[in-house]
Ligand binder design. Structure first.
Ligand code: ADP
Length: 395
């Protein structure tokens, strides 16, 4: 096989997503997911050149799971050029993808308190992969890196300076890999140079965030110190009055842990609907007359529209609005409802095009004579592989 192979690893608390990406192929040679890691039910399923495969992993932890998975990847790859690791939080120290030296690994450890659900499992994956393949270059690709171009007035909170200077409390932003990929792809699809283009990007998956991208750089984004700020998400509340936490504590005796669980695991679409965090389920329920599901959808779309309008303050002009992520790429209703809330922007959808751009098909969905709106399927694994290769090539 010609072209270099990069293994992309995304390690979560109980899961490891992986993809074997060849620089000359559009599809992935291998794409898989190990789940329930650390339990007796741990298992991995993957697709190898279109064929489905499955392996029970016993009680494997991250290191044992990777030790069982990687020989299959190695066999399919023949030669591996490097491994790209998704890392959620690089703090202020990391501005771009880089080699995972002991110093960089120290930075990821130091930022673990800012991303307690993400950085520690990410580190387990990194350490396990490095010990299995010490001779390969391991590159970290950080969710926060793309947003390091935000100006200070966008990333600082209006709290006393020492919280920033001494404790690094500021807005960081996440989903950077996706926002970068989608804004570049969007520019390519629209025939505009990346370095002279202005976008609003709405990444709507289980986690949701929107970003204002100017000339290929993030200028503001909805997520902040943690991935809880901003939009309504599957199980996360997004923005609430910060005093809510104090109120819950004083009035109902909620602990810090209770508040965190409420706002990150029990809120968002799930909390409002009382039914599900899954947008598909809510759309179906709402069509059958479920009022709470309908309200969850309304709140989701209105809050998204409001945030997009707010982000437009970071743009000198608007070349287009780009939808991506599982909801952004598939939910025609959500795209329509969101734009209906943004009347002063003069958006109008071409209904047929909106229906057509689903299941991985991207393209323009706005009507002629109105501001551009496109669906741009994200591809975080490809972006991580591209950035990994760029670091290996010294670019
Ligand atoms: P993650 O953030 O975990 O990568 P995804 O980007 O896969 O998540 O997005 C998951 C979300 O996309 C879920 O809410 C799911 O219901 C939604 N979704 C996927 N397909 C559709 C569809 N056809 N219609 C509406 N929502 C969809």
């Amino acid at each position: 096989m010609s072209g270099r192979n990069i293994l992309v690893i995304n390690s979560g608390s109980s899961s490891i997503k992986f993809a074997l990406v060849n620089e000359d192929r559009d599809d992935f040679i291998i794409e898989g997911l190990a789940e329930r890691i650390g339990t007796p039910e741990a298992e991995v399923t993957w697709k190898e050149n279109g064929e489905k495969k499955h392996l029970q992993l016993g009680n494997a932890d991250h290191a044992e799971a990777l030790a069982q998975i990687l020989p299959h990847v190695q066999k399919a790859a023949g030669t591996l050029t490097g491994i790209g690791h998704r890392v959620v939080h690089g703090g202020s120290q990391v501005h771009e993808a880089c080699l995972l030296t002991p110093e960089v690994i120290g930075v990821i450890e130091a930022n673990a308190s800012l991303a307690p659900l993400h950085n520690p499992p990410g580190l387990m994956g990194i350490n396990a992969a490095i010990s299995l393949y010490p001779e390969l270059p391991h590159i970290g690709v950080f969710d926060t890196a793309f947003h390091q171009t935000m100006p200070e007035h966008a990333y600082r909170y209006a709290i006393p300076e020492e919280f920033y200077t001494q404790h690094q409390i500021r807005r960081y932003g996440f989903h950077g890999t996706s926002h970068m990929y989608v804004s570049r792809k969007g520019a390519e699809m629209a025939g505009l140079p990346v370095e002279d283009s202005c976008w609003l990007v709405a990444h709507l998956g289980n986690g949701c965030s929107a970003t204002a991208v100017v000339n290929g750089e993030s200028r503001d984004t909805t997520m902040g110190l943690t991935p809880l700020e901003g939009l309504v998400m599957g199980t996360r509340s997004g923005d609430v009055d910060p005093s809510l936490q104090v109120h819950l504590h004083r009035t109902f005796g909620y602990s810090a842990q209770d508040v965190e669980t409420l706002l990150t695991k029990k809120s968002g679409l799930l909390g409002v609907s009382g039914l599900s965090n899954d947008m598909r389920t809510l759309i179906e329920a709402s069509e059958k007359g479920d009022k709470k599901a309908a309200l969850a959808i309304e709140i989701f779309c209105y809050r998204l529209a409001k945030s997009l309008a707010a982000l437009s303050c970071a743009l000198p002009r608007l070349d287009g609005l780009l939808f991506t992520g599982g909801i952004g790429e598939n939910a025609t209703l959500i795209r329509k409802k969101t734009l209906d809330h943004m009347r002063v922007f003069n958006f109008k959808l071409d209904d047929a095009a909106n229906q057509e751009c689903v299941r991985g098909k991207g393209g323009k969905i706005s009507a002629e004579g109105h501001p551009l709106v496109m669906v741009v399927p994200t591809n975080e694994e490809r972006q991580i592989a591209n950035e990994t290769l760029a670091v290996i090539d010294g670019k």
